[in-house]
Write a protein that binds this ligand. Structure first.
Ligand SMILES: Nc1ncnc2c1ncn2[C@@H]1O[C@H](COP(=O)(O)OP(=O)(O)OP(=O)(O)O)[C@@H](O)[C@H]1O
Ligand SMILES: [Mg+2]
Length: 242
């Protein structure tokens, strides 16, 4: 459902993403890992053009996302759920309004949007918190609101950029549990950037390891962590063994 060809993005002299290729099938869960600064966020941000790449192609269902008009891009983004590291919730809106905001913007009537938002909140275990402001929730709860917001449009593709990286370790578990449940119960295609090795081993159909803007290894968790070929893969293997 998603094919990336020769994607590159530079910031000045720095090649943040340097010729990345990947092909992801419908329903697949792909986890991208690699050291800080290797280009993971830039890669997934390019998929829905939060970042504009310099060169390459991003083909979704036969269409090159990089050639869409502004209107077509908006329509495409409605089918893509994006979960940010820092939640990106709107502080003055209630939890419910944060989740339904984009549905209402897209023209759905309020009653239908409310019903769908409540369903999405129930899926992340927050049915009773709908009326609170984000500031009155724990970080883990705030991220679960972020997940409900990404889910509410019934996305065909979900992109996750280190969704647990700003949480304290005790709260990481509750968010990983929600993510794992989603991977297992929905057929949505998922591209997840994370540093959580054991989570990746459990949920990934395929792991892509990046280093210095390139994909240096790809395979099942057993292949990548069990018999790594790249320097980065060997570092992860040692991490698991320690
Ligand atoms: N808007 C920007 N302007 C300048 N440099 C940037 C910008 N965004 C990213 N970079 C640089 O591009 C490189 C890749 O960044 P990116 O955020 O994709 O890495 P990452 O793998 O997601 O890292 P992390 O694990 O720390 O989130 C880094 O060196 C980063 O400093
Ligand atoms: Mg990042």
């Amino acid at each position: 459902m998603l094919e990336i060809k020769n994607l590159s993005k530079s910031y000045g002299k720095l090649k943040a993403v340097d010729g990345v290729d990947m092909k992801i099938s419908r329903g697949e869960t792909v986890v991208i890992m690699g050291p800080s600064g290797c280009g993971k966020s830039t890669t997934i941000r390019c998929i829905n053009r939060l970042t504009e790449p310099d060169t390459g192609e991003i083909i979704v269902e036969g269409k090159n996302i990089l050639e869409l008009s502004d209107k077509e891009l908006l329509k495409f983004r409605r089918k893509v759920g994006y979960v940010f590291q820092h939640f990106n919730l709107i502080a003055r809106l209630s939890v419910l309004d944060n989740v339904m905001f984009h549905l209402v913007l897209a023209g759905l009537d309020r009653q239908e949007a409310t019903a769908r938002a409540q369903l999405a909140l129930a899926k992340v275990g927050l049915a009773n918190e709908w009326n609170k402001r984000p500031g009155n929730l724990s970080g883990g709860q705030q991220q679960r609101v972020g997940i409900a917001r990404a889910l509410v449009g019934n996305p065909e593709l979900m992109l996750w950029d280190e969704p647990t990286a700003s949480l304290d370790p005790i709260l990481v578990r509750e968010v990983l549990d929600v993510m794992e449940e989603l991977v297992q119960t929905t057929k949505t295609t998922m591209v997840i950037v994370t540093h959580e090795v054991s989570f990746a081993s459990k949920v990934a159909d395929r792991i892509l390891l990046m280093d210095k803007g390139k994909i240096v290894e790809a395979g099942t968790p057993a292949e990548v962590f069990g018999n790594p070929q790249s320097e980065i893969g060997i570092k992860y293997q040692r991490l698991i063994a320690s």
